[in-house]
Design a binder for this molecule. Structure first.
Ligand code: COA
Ligand code: ZN
Length: 314
């Protein structure tokens, strides 16, 4: 049995891609309920430009109003120095910096070349490490590590090159993102093996999207290689608005249900999480991809039809 740590990203990756703004009250209530389910970490929001990501324009208010539970870290997505100033002001427990390993996706998503992103993020890391309130840990999310929807293949060497550059800046962790669900399990095995060998001392998190139905297979391939940290999104919402064809993340409750069935421990109260997941369609106003919230646990049995009892009696 392995202890597996989940970072819940529905209010960031999930809500950034919703067609309608989710009210601040609903975001705060949802995060408070998720905090009580046993997550290791919650990615609450992003400190991005309101023009780029209008759905998360209430980031300060959300961070100011959520209940902080001991043991549940809050992290926030940060693309630049301005975002880091706002995130530090909001007392996030961790800054999750973002840039893409694909030049084209970086230009589409962050409107700058990768070198300019890196220079800004290096400055952010220095800011976080000498923050007035004490050192704030930094994680770096690298987008498109398994392929770019515009460029195609992203060579493993390119992923390792960016990971190396951030590791040299003393970050706490790296999140390896499959932004548009291009990863397959054999590729995941290769890359996670190489990453574990080179960055064994860092927290390595895998971030999968289920765009082509390979999400849970990729989680299993990663677990087999010793990965113990995953991003997941309630209901399977999610997607980068600036990555063509992006759809939802792996569904947290489906992934957690699978891992529990296999005997792993996530620290999450699954029945409680399912009760929260069942509220999600009414929060966003549409059906969501998650399956276990609809089907129930594998231990939730159904009564047999009456004729079965009759047949037994024959
Ligand atoms: N928070 C709030 N406002 C910000 C900001 C931040 N982190 N960064 C820039 N801005 C504001 C600037 O103050 C400026 O405002 P003004 O028009 O009122 O003067 C405006 O945004 C443009 O600033 P600029 O530095 O020219 O940014 P840009 O237009 O080149 O956009 C990013 C760059 C990175 C800010 C923007 O592309 C972004 O926020 N992207 C995030 C994408 C994302 O989150 N994708 C999904 C997750 S992978
Ligand atoms: Zn994502």
């Amino acid at each position: 049995m392995t202890r597996i740590f989940f970072n819940e990203v529905v209010t960031r990756d999930g809500f950034q891609n919703e067609p309608a703004f989710v009210a601040t009250d609903a975001k705060v209530a949802l995060i408070d309920e998720l905090s009580a389910c046993g997550y290791a970490k919650i990615e609450v929001t992003s400190f991005t430009s309101a023009k780029a990501i209008p759905m998360l324009r209430d980031a300060e208010e959300v961070m100011g109003r959520i209940r902080r539970l001991p043991g549940v870290e809050t992290t926030v997505l940060v693309p630049n120095v301005r975002g880091a100033e706002r995130a530090l002001e909001s007392r996030a427990d961790e800054l999750n910096l973002v840039m893409s390993t694909s030049e084209t996706h970086n230009l589409a998503n962050l409107r700058m070349p990768r070198e300019k992103s890196f220079a800004g993020l290096r400055e952010v890391i220095e800011m976080a490490h000498r923050a007035g309130s004490g050192r704030v840990p930094v994680n770096v999310s690298l987008s498109c590590c398994f392929g770019c929807p515009m460029e195609g293949d992203v060579p493993e060497a390119e992923v390792m090159r960016w990971a190396d550059r951030f590791a040299a800046l003393d970050v706490r962790g790296l999140t390896i993102c499959d932004t548009t669900g291009m990863a397959h399990p054999a590729q995941v095995r290769r890359l996670t093996r190489a990453l574990q060998q080179r960055f064994g001392s860092l927290q390595l998190t895998l971030h999968f999207h289920n765009t082509r139905g390979m999400g849970l297979a990729n989680v299993l391939a990663s677990v087999d290689e010793g990965i113990t940290r995953f991003d997941g999104s309630l209901g399977g919402l999610g997607g980068c608005p600036y990555a063509p064809g992006a759809t939802g993340n792996i569904c947290s409750e489906d992934a957690i249900h699978m891992l529990h069935a296999m005997g792993h421990d996530t620290g999450i109260d699954l029945p409680r999480l399912l009760a929260v997941a069942r509220q999600l369609p009414s929060i966003v106003g549409h059906d969501v991809p998650g399956q276990v919230a609809k089907a129930g646990l594998i231990t939730d049995l159904h009564p047999a039809p009456a004729y079965v009892a009759e047949l037994r009696g024959q």
